[in-house]
Design a protein around this ligand. Structure first.
Ligand code: NI
Length: 272
């Protein structure tokens, strides 16, 4: 089907629709976000009824849990990001395990591999595996960051298929179509964020066209990578409808279908 890449991303009447979107990945504790209460309120007003705040180290994971305690629409993921992989030891894993006992902790993340960081690759891979084991022991999904390391991340998962029973997602996935196919074969999800709306991200858009909507989650990764037409601004969960509308355009379907399927996917994966 013919796709129109050029027209405006979002129509003004999105707010009036009775949609329910979920932002499956954001960092509301980040200093760039000035007023969390207002950001949460704006999200709810824009039909983003649930949002998951992901930790990147122990203190931000604790902050994610605190926000989940404070706001009914906020849920938490706890995990250690590849940049801090050196910190992952028995004690830290126990801390994460304890944090994850809170009922609104719905996954382990954000964890993963990122070879742009100085941290030794073997140490990153070990920290990732340990946290995937943790997710499995907690019967929770994992949320994986794999920038420039998608191949190694997929291989690690393929070698540990026994740990994938509770699912997981590749957050802000910008890898190849071939690897996306392997991720889907593992029954994992692919999270689509602001990058998918950028006019210079044709490869990402083409890849997304081949991913079944049944495997897609929506996310902002706020405060980073705001979608078009908010590009350059501080990203926030209320921008999810722009990502959904663009995804509907890529898939040549109605936004209501994107809303219905991605919300169902998120609810099933994170069990909330
Ligand atoms: Ni993130």
């Amino acid at each position: 089907p013919k796709r129109d890449w050029s027209s405006d991303v979002c129509s003004s009447d999105l707010k009036k629709e009775k949609f329910m979107f979920i932002d499956t990945h954001c960092h509301l504790y980040d200093k760039k976000i000035e007023n969390i209460a207002e950001v949460v309120k704006r999200a709810e007003e824009n039909n983003v009824k649930k949002m998951i705040v992901a930790g990147i180290d122990l203190s931000s994971s604790q902050e994610a849990v605190n926000l989940a305690k404070q706001y009914s629409s906020v849920f938490a993921n706890v995990g250690i990001y590849p940049e801090s992989a050196l910190d992952v030891d028995e004690k830290l894993l126990n801390n994460l395990y304890d944090l994850a006992q809170y009922e609104k902790v719905v996954g382990i993340g954000e964890i993963g591999l990122d070879y742009n960081y100085e941290v030794d690759r073997k140490i990153q891979q070990n920290a990732l595996l340990k946290q995937i084991e943790l997710a499995f022991s907690l019967k929770k999904p994992f949320v994986l960051h794999g920038r420039d390391a998608y191949g190694d991340a997929v291989n690690l998962l393929k070698q540990n298929k026994n740990l994938l029973a509770y699912g997981g997602t590749f957050h802000c996935y910008t890898g190849s179509r071939e690897l996306a196919k392997e991720i889907i074969k593992l029954d994992l999800h692919i999270s689509v964020g602001g990058v998918s709306t950028f006019s210079n991200a044709k490869n990402v858009q083409e890849m997304i066209c081949y991913v079944p909507t049944e495997n897609i989650l929506l996310e902002t990764d706020a405060p980073y990578l705001a979608p078009t037409p908010m590009r350059g601004k501080v990203n926030e969960p209320s921008f999810i409808p722009y990502i959904a509308q663009n995804l509907a355009r890529l898939k040549c379907c109605e936004i209501s279908e994107i809303e219905e399927k991605t919300t169902k996917n998120a609810e099933k994966l994170f069990k909330f």
